[in-house]
Design a protein around this ligand. Structure first.
Ligand code: BTN
Length: 305
């Protein structure tokens, strides 16, 4: 209901009459006040006269009602240790594909390769539960599809020049804007779920602790509504997956990467390689030409440009 109320208020520049709301929402006049009270309590500024309501300001909020059509699949928390854990619990309990766990902040945000992901207020932190009907060996394509979708969404929405660093980091001017972590469980050789956790530095400034990071507010010089990023990302990603556009995902991803044709260093938990990044193969592996001329395939690791 609140989702619908916001939709109506946002579709008008000016005030909306009480009669319009009653008519469109098919509710009793005396229940309208309760919904507006809930919105006011959550930080929405709604001015009203006896017969009209105007939405003056919406907070940068990620409440389920901000995602019309997805409300029942959005699990929003003010704070969590990590959205990855909450999403895994939901996945084990059988939640549907495209369930999203969001937290305004995380006390134990996790990064790849056992790193910490700083998760203070103002950033966008979420984990998406997916149940694609694909063999486990294809799961890497879903991750590449996610980073491809996100980089395109950010570039389209904000006219920036974001690029993907292998495998799934998003950089602007070589500084990290977003990172991605994924977890998968397999049952009887079928993917049971793939959980994709994404952290985007939006209005939070992580640069004190992470000098190699950046954030959207700094790049654009203004605060950004996190819900518009998440909403567009979910729509575009769902569209991509539903149309099984995974076949040529690597070739599409390569058009947006900044990792190829340059000297890189790859650090894994046990090894380190340095070489010229020649290509990313159909399995998502980075093909390196080492200084002695030999070729090395790397399937996971941290990449330094
Ligand atoms: C990385 O670049 O190392 C990956 C960072 C992934 C961070 C996101 S924030 C939402 C989700 N919850 C976590 O604890 N981590 C991921």
């Amino acid at each position: 209901m609140i989702s619908k109320i916001l939709q109506i208020l946002r579709s008008e520049e000016g005030p909306v009459s009480k009669m319009t709301l009653i008519h469109e929402l098919r509710i009793e006049e005396n229940t309208i006040g309760q919904y507006f009270q809930t919105l006011q309590d959550k930080g929405y500024n709604i001015s009203h006269t006896q017969n009209e309501y105007t939405l003056v300001h919406s907070p940068d909020a990620l409440f389920p009602w901000e995602f019309p059509g997805r409300v029942s699949k959005i699990h929003y928390f003010k704070e969590l240790p990590s959205t990855m854990d909450a999403a895994r619990d939901l996945a084990h309990k059988g939640c549907p594909s495209f369930t999203v766990v969001i937290a305004d902040s995380q006390s134990k945000g996790r990064g790849r390769l056992q790193r910490v992901w700083q998760s203070t207020q103002g950033g966008l932190y979420f984990t998406l539960v997916l149940r694609p009907d694909i063999p486990p060996a294809m799961s890497f394509k879903v991750n590449f599809a996610a980073s491809l979708t996100l980089v395109k969404v950010l570039n389209t929405m904000y006219a920036i020049n974001a690029r993907v660093k292998w495998p799934n980091d998003i950089l602007v001017d070589e500084l990290k804007l977003s990172g991605m972590l994924s977890e998968m469980e397999v049952e009887e050789e079928k993917v049971s779920f793939i959980n994709i956790g994404i952290g985007i530095n939006v209005n939070n400034d992580p640069t004190q602790k992470e000098p190699q990071a950046t954030f959207l507010k700094k790049i654009l010089g203004q605060e950004i509504q996190r819900r518009e990023i998440l909403s567009r990302f979910l729509d575009d990603f769902q569209e991509r997956l539903e149309h099984q556009d995974l076949e040529n995902i690597i070739s599409q991803w390569k058009k947006h990467t900044i990792t190829l044709n340059r000297h890189v260093k790859i650090v894994t938990t046990s090894k380190q390689f340095e070489g010229y990044a020649k290509d990313v193969d159909e399995n998502g592996a980075l093909i390196l030409e080492l200084t002695d001329g030999s070729v090395q395939k790397v399937v996971y690791g941290d990449c330094f440009h």
